[in-house]
Design a protein around this ligand. Structure first.
Ligand SMILES: C=CC1=C(C)c2cc3[nH]c(cc4nc(cc5[nH]c(cc1n2)c(C)c5CCC(=O)O)C(CCC(=O)O)=C4C)c(C)c3C=C
Ligand SMILES: [Fe+2]
Length: 408
């Protein structure tokens, strides 16, 4: 990534189409895939031509700026599949992902994205706990992949939870994202079947003149106080170290995925003051209720003249803050979802919450335990699905994702 990328654009924000240099090839040039040499070339904007490299130390889709569209898919290996079939599958998926993210067609291409360019496509792969038993690799299963504990507020649907394998797709063009999802599904062949699939979205890049923190479907700016890659301890918090255990997870990360339904009818009945008190930040600009602007550090000790805390005891930013959780931190990189409207007229909408960390027992788990014990936001959300995946480091050129596990 080039150095002119801003902190805000890097994480949790979607910026103007001209936020060039974010990723390789964002020159506005012609990188469109074409059916034949005779077809006229497609001229792409920066949004369409931007590529995020597939190869690298870490997989793409973790610190990549939020994309406008996202698809999450969990796969279960077919009965009888083994390590060899899994290795072949990851090789096929990596080959497809490398081509797609470069804006090239894959074999048996559906043509859906022919004139859209790569559009910052990322395809990220992870392994669920059950993968290791199915492939005879139980001894290689990371300790950090222990199933998440039960939380009292969980209302989880097992059919939409967990899975042997996970694929996260993000792109700034809906057709590009769908095209990649279909290509991944087709490349699975007989080796694996979709267990669950979820679709999400964020604001479209270029919709605002300046990069802004994305809003969620409750209307709040969400992502402000994320760890930043420029933080001294960012890598330590988010990525498994080079000499981490197990060795195949070097430079990898763990993704906690939760489908969190927002109870929008109840939420929207609150006054603006009440909504802001639940979070501890102003809705309009994300500024903490302790004062300042969006980027001013939250002052959890600040009181009004009567001695009342400006950030309530159960405000979400207090209960989730590293300071009140022994330093526990995670990188939140969500997509919003909307899956229609229920019979009672209430939208089935919320957050595909994705949290990245070097160790979920030091990131998500302690924070969610705390939220479970008394977070003001809990009355307005419901955790409906959950999964945890080990996401290995990025593949070097000529390598496929997970090769260090599957060919150890
Ligand atoms: C277990 C972790 C968390 C869950 C689950 C979670 C759900 C959730 N959060 C919001 C909205 C906001 N969250 C904000 C901050 C914030 N949230 C978490 C963790 C979880 N959130 C953390 C660690 C933080 C940062 C705390 C801090 O250090 O200040 C905010 C404020 C803006 C921001 O910093 O991003 C909002 C808004 C929703 C809607 C939601 C479930 C649907
Ligand atoms: Fe939160």
């Amino acid at each position: 990534m080039s150095s002119d990328i801003t902190r805000r654009r890097l994480l949790g924000t979607v910026g103007a189409a001209g936020a060039g240099g974010v990723v390789v090839g964002a020159s506005g040039g012609v990188i469109g895939a074409r059916v034949t040499q005779d077809d006229p070339p497609t001229t792409l904007t920066t949004v369409g031509s931007t590529t995020v490299p597939f190869h690298g130390k870490h997989q793409a889709g973790i610190t990549t700026p939020l994309q406008a569209r996202g698809h999450l898919a969990a796969f279960d290996l077919a009965p009888g599949a083994n390590r060899k079939t899994a290795a072949a599958l990851l090789r096929r998926w990596s080959t497809a992902a490398q081509k797609l993210t470069a804006g090239e067609p894959v074999g048996d291409d559906t043509g859906v994205a022919l004139d859209a360019g790569p559009s910052s496509l990322t395809v990220t792969f992870g392994f669920g706990s059950s993968f290791f038993d199915r492939t005879g690799l139980a001894r290689q299963r990371p300790e950090a992949l222990e199933p998440l504990p039960d939380f009292t507020s969980d209302a989880l649907d097992p059919k939409r939870s967990n899975g042997d394998l996970w694929v996260q797709i993000g792109a700034d063009d809906a057709l590009v994202a769908f095209h990649a999802l279909r290509a991944v599904q087709k490349a699975a062949g007989d080796a694996a079947r979709v267990r669950w699939q979820m679709n999400g979205f964020n604001r479209t890049p270029g919709a605002t003149k300046q990069p802004m923190t994305a809003r969620n479907l409750m209307g709040q700016m969400d992502g402000t106080n994320n760890p930043q890659p420029t933080d001294e301890d960012f890598d330590q918090r988010i990525f498994v170290p080079a000499d981490g255990d197990p060795a195949w997870m070097a430079h990898g990360s763990y993704a906690v995925v939760r489908r969190i339904r927002m109870l929008l009818d109840s939420w929207e009945r609150l006054s603006l003051d009440e909504q802001e008190k639940v979070i501890g930040r102003r809705k309009s600009d994300g500024a903490p209720l302790s004062g300042g602007t969006e980027t001013t550090p939250v002052d959890l000790d600040k009181t009004d003249a009567a001695g009342n805390a400006l950030i309530a005891a159960d405000a979400h930013v207090r209960t989730s803050a590293p300071e009140t959780n022994g330093g526990a931190a995670m990188l939140r990189r969500p997509f919003s979802f909307h899956d229609g409207i229920d019979e009672d007229g209430i939208p089935d909408a919320g957050l595909l919450f994705i949290a990245w960390q070097a160790d979920p027992l030091k990131g998500f788990v302690p924070v969610q335990r705390k939220l479970d014990r008394g977070d003001a936001l809990s009355a307005f959300i419901r955790h409906e699905a959950s999964a945890l995946f080990a996401v290995p480091g990025g593949a070097a050129k000529g390598e496929y994702v997970g090769q260090r596990l599957l060919e150890a």
